[in-house]
Design a protein around this ligand. Structure first.
Ligand code: ADP
Ligand code: MG
Length: 586
């Protein structure tokens, strides 16, 4: 007979655990659900306390309406909710929760203790739940509101626990989450206790104060007011001036009807409003709330409620872009809009930017500076070694370089060299990155330390401070000696040679932004080393003397992987002699 296994309906406990996995992925999902519930219950104060990044315990306490004793068990039933009653209600959800899934999911993932006193009740009821069952229940004196404590998340689901990051990285996600909620709800006083100094907002309703609590006083004061309405979409909040930018998109916080959403399309709309006012690769800071009719947005599309779907996403993106552009316009120096009296960003569509194809076409909007050379390099026989031509070279070829004779420098960016088998164009920055990266990894830290004559004081906002806490040990190993200074700053005492070329502060901030912008850093030390190498290496646009170029090429040849930089990009392009000959019809 066949060995097919019979189909059977899973036991409720197993089914619950599977469903729980979709709602509760990691500690930050627990915090999100509990904060959502507190806000839905009308809380004015929300306190979050975590131990070991939430892996050990998470406690969320609120002063909302609370749960009355005879409904306590019901709250932990799946699909038990006080927020919607019929399917039609799903189209117009006005609360953050609506599925009645969070509490049962959390209780399936960990031991949970709840103390809740409903409005008008004389005392609170306290209950301990194990495997979603109430095992202990008693009356207790407590103020109106709810406190839920979750211990050892996924202790009984080792497979899931193994997917979690370090306490520092899980904790960082919670810090980010709470800061974003604090920005979305300036009228609620938040307090996050995560070991060190607590993070608090006053709840006075002033968004600027909330921004100051999250990003520091200076930034709070610099932010521009956003207020715009278009096509039933109200856009309010604060956006940074173009002078305020960071190396990743984590400074853009967006809320749709009070819900923090992660929408690449909307984040793009925000950056887009700044157009060319930000340097390349830099992103703005903004905290923006969108209000639109409940039926214009579907909140029921993502298990963890991190995404929403709009009836008309383009209209939303447009409103967002216009809102921010208008704020920038209003803040721009007078001369700016007086010149021609034109308001290009709001009124007219911006001049179309050349498409990639146009830019690549000779004679296109920005014709390539050296069409003939790039054609030759892109043509047959041009061997682009490194990351993206694994088949092109044998392993030994990939790992070593032949003896090279430096011919000169091109565009103060590339070193031109001749080898036995043709011409080499070496990217001076990428090559130097490789050299520094290898050195950082190889040597003990003492050799790589260069004490600063005068320590540099760097002010940190919360997200950056969290990254520093997470990667501090790696930085130290790399020769970057940092010392906490007061509550939200640090001193750079020593740095690896060349780090930041004079502007160590900017280099450190860029380093923190880069590491903070990555979802999951697989090998944090390598990542940190690659970024430190990047900020310690000679830039494109720097003129090099022959001797410097010779040393660069020699040092590159001595590294472990001379043909790729630590980020995996090629350090050099090789144009073979026979390909050159063919180009000339020889
Ligand atoms: P949902 O939020 O989708 O309704 P939950 O499982 O998160 O589902 O919560 C179930 C119910 O428990 C809620 O509808 C609400 O009535 C009650 N509840 C949960 N948390 C709180 C809280 N902090 N304060 C008051 N009531 C709460
Ligand atoms: Mg809920």
């Amino acid at each position: 007979m066949s060995d097919a296994r019979p189909i059977r309906v899973l036991a409720p406990a197993v089914a619950a655990r599977i469903a729980a996995g979709e709602v509760i992925e990691r500690p930050v999902s627990v915090v999100r659900e509990l904060i959502d519930n507190a806000i839905d219950a009308g809380a004015q104060h929300i306190r979050v306390t975590i131990e070991a990044g939430g892996l050990q315990s998470i406690e969320v306490s609120d002063d909302g309406r609370g749960i009355v004793p005879d409904q306590l068990e019901l709250a932990f039933e799946r699909h038990a909710t006080s927020k919607i009653a019929a399917a039609a209600d799903l189209r117009v959800v006005a609360t953050l929760g609506f599925r009645g899934e969070a509490l049962p999911a959390i209780a399936a993932a960990a031991e949970l203790e709840i103390v809740s006193r409903g409005e008008g009740e004389p005392v609170a009821v306290a209950a301990l739940l194990v495997e979603r069952e109430v095992v202990r229940r008693s009356a207790r004196a407590a103020p109106v509101g709810t406190t839920i404590t979750v211990r050892e998340l996924f202790a009984k689901v080792p497979a899931r626990r193994s997917f979690l990051g370090s306490a520092a990285s899980e904790g960082r996600q919670i810090t980010t989450l709470v800061s974003h909620y604090a920005l979305a709800y300036p009228g609620i006083a938040f307090r996050l206790e995560a070991g060190r100094r607590p993070f608090t907002t006053s709840g006075d309703g002033n968004l600027r104060h909330a921004v100051a609590a999250v990003y520091g006083a200076e930034q709070g004061a610099a932010m521009l007011e956003v207020a715009h309405e278009e096509a039933e979409i109200a856009v309010t909040g604060l956006a940074g001036p173009p002078s305020l930018h960071r190396g990743n998109r984590s400074g853009i916080a967006l809320f749709v009807n009070g819900r923090w959403v992660q929408s690449p399309a909307l984040r793009f709309a925000v950056s887009d409003a700044y157009q060319s006012e930000l340097p390349g690769g830099r992103y703005p800071v903004a905290s923006i709330a969108l209000r639109l009719p409940a039926e214009a947005v579907d909140v029921n599309v993502h298990p963890a409620k991190a995404e929403v779907r709009f009836r008309d996403q383009r209209a939303v993106a447009r409103a967002l872009r216009h809102a921010i552009a208008a704020a920038l316009e209003a803040a721009a120096p007078l001369a700016w809009s007086a010149a021609g009296g034109e308001l290009p960003r709001v009124e007219a569509d911006p001049a179309p930017r050349p498409s990639l194809r146009e830019r690549l076409q000779p004679g296109g909007a920005a014709a390539s500076a050296q069409p003939a050379l790039s054609a030759a390099l892109g043509g047959e026989g041009a061997e682009r070694l490194g990351a993206d031509s694994p088949a092109a070279a044998t392993p030994t070829q990939r790992e070593t370089l032949p003896l090279l004779r430096v011919v000169g420098q091109l565009a103060t960016t590339y070193v031109v060299a001749e080898g036995p088998d043709g011409m080499y164009l070496i990217d001076q920055h990428a090559a130097h990155e490789r050299i520094v990266f290898d050195r950082l990894q190889g040597r003990p830290a003492e050799d790589a330390i260069q004490p600063l004559l005068e320590p540099a004081l760097v002010e940190l906002d919360r997200p950056r401070a969290a990254v520093l806490a997470e990667h501090g040990a790696h930085f130290e190993r790399l020769g970057l000696m940092l010392e906490p200074f007061g509550e939200a700053a640090c001193l750079i005492r020593a740095a690896p040679p060349g780090f930041g070329e004079g502007d160590v502060t900017a280099a450190l901030l860029a380093l923190l932004d880069q590491l903070g912008g990555e979802r999951r850093v697989v090998d944090p030390f390598d990542r940190a080393a690659a970024t430190v190498a990047c900020h310690s290496s000679v830039r494109a646009g720097t003129a090099l003397a022959s001797e410097e170029m010779r040393r660069l090429v020699d040092d590159l040849g001595a590294t472990r992987a001379p043909r790729t930089c630590p980020h995996g990009r090629p350090t050099l392009v090789h144009l073979r002699r026979d390909a050159l000959d063919r180009q000339f019809g020889r």
